[in-house]
Design a binder for this molecule. Structure first.
Ligand code: FES
Length: 275
């Protein structure tokens, strides 16, 4: 029986079971509130930082490093080395705003993050065997939560963004000429930062439940699809680690943006070697 069925009154039947612990009470003595609290703090900090960064349209690029919040760079104001298009719909807006909906939509509708923020922000439910403030549960069957079903479509965009970030990582090995030194193939701390970030985001996407279904779902015979079976085996190994990739890649993308901004603003030096 699903949670929603358990909470739904049955005509002429017994009263619905109160949600939470026995008798609708919280009997747990452990620190069950710690995990939701940490989730709230981390997500609020990330949202605050990423919003500030998305609107802050300076210091997001230092050749050859581009902040992942701004990639792909689609505005006319983007540096020409990383410009994919020259959109000029609202010249005053930051280039990050054009693309924000895709990573944001992908993360917000992620099955794992849904569990995390339903528990922590809405306390629905706060935890196993914990009294719940809400009287009823309607699930994701109506607006706005029915829009969570868009996750599989956001996945397609996430794959495209991942490919572009992988391309950015390749570009991060190509340094411009500077201070009388020749440019060309090289390696810097920023190269490592941008590459690791692209790998972490790729792991997050590859371990996604919708990705696993896309690769191995709706097949009657794996034996007739050996390539998909092989790929399904790989993503199935990653899938149980999805929560870990969700958090690590979240920190990774923010720290990469911080690094690029610190280098671009001249606050720190990027150590790199050109061969
Ligand atoms: S990204 Fe988390 S389930 Fe798809």
């Amino acid at each position: 029986m699903s949670v929603s069925e358990a909470a739904r009154p049955v005509p002429n039947g017994p009263a619905p079971t109160p949600r939470g612990g026995p008798g609708g009470k919280t009997l747990r003595k452990d620190r069950w509130w710690l995990q939701p609290l940490v989730t709230v703090v981390v997500l609020v900090l990330f949202i605050a930082y990423s919003t500030w960064s998305a609107f802050n349209k300076v210091n997001y690029f230092h050749d050859p490093y581009l902040s992942p919040f701004f990639s792909p760079c689609l505005a006319a104001s983007c540096p020409e080395q990383v410009r994919w298009a020259s959109l000029n719909l609202m010249p005053w807006i930051s280039p990050a705003i054009y693309i924000l909906v895709f990573p944001l939509g992908f993360r917000m509708t992620c099955y794992y993050y849904r569990k995390a923020y339903y528990r922590s922000f809405w306390q629905s439910p706060p935890g196993c065997a914990v009294a719940e403030p809400h009287k009823k549960y309607t699930g994701e069957t109506r607006l706005p939560l029915i829009l969570q079903n868009l996750h599989r479509y956001f996945l397609y965009f996430a794959v495209i963004v991942n490919l572009i970030l992988a391309y950015d990582a390749v570009l991060a090995f190509r340094f411009p000429a500077e201070n009388g030194h020749h440019g060309g193939f090289g390696f810097g701390v920023g190269t490592a930062v941008i590459t690791i970030n692209a790998i972490l985001l790729a792991m997050y996407t590859a371990s996604c439940h919708s990705c696993r279904h896309l690769i191995g779902g709706r097949l009657n015979h794996f034996s007739k699809h050996p390539v998909r079976y092989k790929l399904w085996g790989i993503v199935s190994k990653l899938n149980p680690h999805h929560p870990k990739f969700a958090w690590i890649s979240l920190f990774g993308v923010a720290l990469t943006d911080v690094y690029v901004r610190l280098v671009a603003s001249g606050t720190i030096t990027d150590y790199h070697w050109i061969f």
